[in-house]
Design a protein around this ligand. Sequence first.
Ligand code: ZN
Length: 238
Amino acid sequence: MPDYRDFNRIERITRIEGTLVNETPLRVGTGGEPLIGAPVDIAVYRIDDIPVIPGSSLKGVFRAYIESIAPTLGFRDVHSPWDHERIEEEAGERDGKVDFCPICGIFGNTKLASHVKVYDAYPREPEEAKRSFIKTGIGIDRIFGAVRPGIGPFKEEFLRPGLEWDFKMDVINIQLYPKPGDLRGEMLRTLLNTLSDIGLQVGARKSVGAGLMRLREGRWILYTSREGRIERKEEGRL
Ligand SMILES: [Zn+2]
């Protein structure tokens, strides 16, 4: 059974690069309470005034997608990333072995480091990205999806569709290309195919179609380790 604690030896790193395009309006929020006197109630996340898509947000979307397709790839025993009991169980030794599930074997858990690193995505043209727009919404109950009386109209900031974002992700010790080496490789390839072909939704207001992001010109570069040195070995298109 798999023990994915293999970070003491880096055998391969697959870098995935490309351009993410938000085909619909996008808001990756800060999640915090609005500041008093702020021009909008819910703002877009920014670093030094430039809208940024945090790698952690992309990673969360990727994990949720892989959880949703895992059964069709033959893995049915999917658990929530916050299921601590299950994580303890996976990390506990049984007959001297641990047995992490493939999804934790990709994204990690509180007992296992992640095998993927998703970098923050920055806009190719920051000045364009800054030209956001404001939408006035009505109070929607987060649980029931219905208009909730008592919540007044609020102002919500969105980024315009069609922006280009630099996408970069590293996958450590999982074989993806040219052929998947295990179920984790298959899961990640399915994810990248979906991201390229139809896209995945990132950020807020998914139910109204916001945040649909597609990967364009995706490519992979495989680095392998030889005699302690990392060298570029092979590359291709997604
Ligand atoms: Zn797991």
